[in-house]
Ligand binder design. Sequence first.
Ligand code: EPU
Length: 430
Amino acid sequence: MDRLLIRGGVPLRGKIQVNGSKNACLPIIASTLLTRDTTIIEEVPDLLDVRTMIAVLEGLGAAVDYRQEQGLLRINSGDLSKTALPADLVGRMRASFLVLGPLLARKKVVRLPLPGGCAIGTRPVDLHLKGLAAMGAQFSIANGCVEGITGGLQGARIYLDFPSVGATENIIMAATLARGTTILENAATEPEIVDLANCLNSMRAQVVGAGTARIRIEGVSRLGGTRHAIIPDRIEAGTLLLAGVITGGDLTVEHVLPDHLKSLLAKMTEAGAFVEEVGPTAIRAAANGRTAAVDLKTMPYPGFSTDLQPQFMTLLALSGGTSMVIETVFENRFRHIESLNRMGAQIQVEGRHAIVQGRPYLTGAPVVAPDLRGAAALLLAALAARGETELFAVHHLWRGHSRLEERLSLLGAQIERVAEEPEGAIKTGS
Ligand code: EPU
């Protein structure tokens, strides 16, 4: 596996463009299963997870043409020859479970391996199954797989116990082709849900209220093709803004929707960073002396995103004073802390609480990325640290950021990607 060598301590300066949103793109790719017509998706980021989702669709029989240089994806799911997926694809990426709703709606039968545990918690799928069962699907679970069957989905009134992003997406997609009206209450309100609804509506679906906790979907008999551009990735944007401040630099992040980042920008300002909207789609962030401790609690949107918690913790590790971070969305999203502490941070974990005692500086060290957002947190720490950091298991980073090391180099970062030596070349002995 590749690793990154990062020589820290260089303030990042300049302008950088944000890519299309991973978490908007994945359900939208799944939604193309709902139509026999061709769909063209623009602003598709070149990510491992996107390639996995493409492999999932191809595995089901869809014809896919991906021009990654142009960020253009053309999908035709006219002939879906299969309704089952092999375990390795679903195991590689939980988001492949997003084909559940579309396949049930379109083919009335589906067999998927359960996503099971993963690095950031147990992440069950009970809410997906309960919602679809209310619409007339019957599920059985055997040998680690979930099999679903329906005589035809019916609109239903569904209340989610928790505003799960994935369950909201699966239910909306299934409901677009169900008979009658579906009302989804306590739905997730993330911008990625709105993007999915906009894309579906451009395919002639009738989804109203996306972005609020109550979504109403009027089922239609068929959906058509469309051309849809993915929204900018708010998590990548936030990660880059934090990189500007953490390294003591001055960055303008372009192709971003500031509205999607309100909770992060408020916390950055509260910590004393300089943050400014410099146009409808650009934000500038710069260091403004040493940042100060702030407390933080992750929440579903529009609260502070769990996907930015690890990166923000790196800022707090370098801020003056003691901060408290509470993670309410995932039970195991503190796996970056061990490595941050190895780099000189002082963070203690008590269940879902982390107490961060800010330090004046961090020092480079060999560290292993635990997951995508943890990898981003360690990268930010490495960019700010004194000395050199070797970041292993860097494939986690490619799940969410395309060519990040090249893009950061243009801003001054001293960062090098080192390909793993072939096995025969590994030296043995002392
Ligand atoms: N949950 C349940 N039952 C369910 C579904 C979820 O208990 O049926 C629980 C989960 O275990 C978790 C919480 O609800 O504790 C939130 O899960 P949610 O379903 O909202 O998350 P997701 O759809 O699995 C998406 C993003 C995640 C992001 C979360 C929260 C995609 C592809 N993934 O996951 O992104 O952290 O929403 O905002 O959209 C990432 O990009 O690094 C990432 C993990």
